[in-house]
Write a protein that binds this ligand. Structure first.
Ligand SMILES: Nc1nc2c(c(=O)[nH]1)N[C@H]1C(S)=C(S)[C@@H](COP(=O)(O)O)O[C@H]1N2
Ligand SMILES: [Mo]
Length: 199
């Protein structure tokens, strides 16, 4: 069986090795939202990056769709212990969205329509590790999963992937977001099981 699996998967890491400690694999896509689902019309949608200097770059929906598009194929890990392998998205790399932003900030607070926030080191949004995505599995991202667009930062627990994202604020100081203020880990690396503050 093991030989067969290895032959079938070629050089790819075995699926069991892609599920972090304390997680189980699911093929479902559970919805986890703190409050009601905001309904954001793409005509009214903007995405704004605000540097610590106050300088801001904004994109309308059409401008955002006009940026180079990438197709991340990634595994996602929710702190409530489900992991979903091989998810397919379309969206814009944060490398693209941050390219013209002058900043020496080290942290980012992501803001969502509806008021949710989450904090990350700026570094974790660069080098092809994070996107603002608008399509899941070939379909426009459903509102309950964060449509029109959400952050996708698959190497951290999924609460860092802010749904209905409307902007990023770059800051010198780390400012805890919604769940981080509520006792979740500041960083949230699933491979180190950083679920709660102190883990
Ligand atoms: N705006 C917003 N983003 C959010 C959340 C939320 O409640 N509001 N929940 C977070 C949590 S805890 C998780 S696990 C994922 C869930 O995404 P999903 O509902 O698409 O599975 O979104 C994250 N992003
Ligand atoms: Mo979560």
């Amino acid at each position: 069986m093991n030989m067969f699996t290895r032959g079938f998967q070629g050089r790819r890491t075995a699926e069991s090795d892609r599920v972090p400690p304390g997680q189980y694999r699911t093929d479902d896509f559970p919805v986890l939202s703190v409050g009601p689902t905001p309904r954001v019309d793409t005509d009214d949608w903007t995405f704004t990056v605000t540097a610590e200097t106050g300088a801001a770059h904004s994109w309308t929906w059409d401008e955002f769709l006009g940026l180079p598009q990438e197709r991340p194929h990634v595994d996602i890990h929710c702190v409530t212990r489900w992991s979903k392998l091989d998810t397919d998205w379309v969206g814009v790399s944060l490398d693209t969205l941050l390219a013209d932003v002058e900043s020496t900030a080290e942290y980012v607070l992501a803001h969502s329509y509806g008021g949710y926030t989450t904090n990350l080191p700026l570094e974790d949004l660069t080098d092809g590790r994070a996107w603002v995505v608008h399509t899941f599995d070939g379909e426009p991202l459903a509102a309950e999963h964060g449509g029109p667009a959400r952050l996708l930062v698959p190497h951290l627990y999924f609460w860092k992937s802010a749904k209905w994202v409307r902007g990023l604020t770059l800051t010198q100081e780390d400012e805890p977001g919604f769940w981080e203020q509520g006792g979740y880990h500041d960083y949230g690396d699933p491979w180190r099981e950083q679920r709660y503050r102190g883990d």
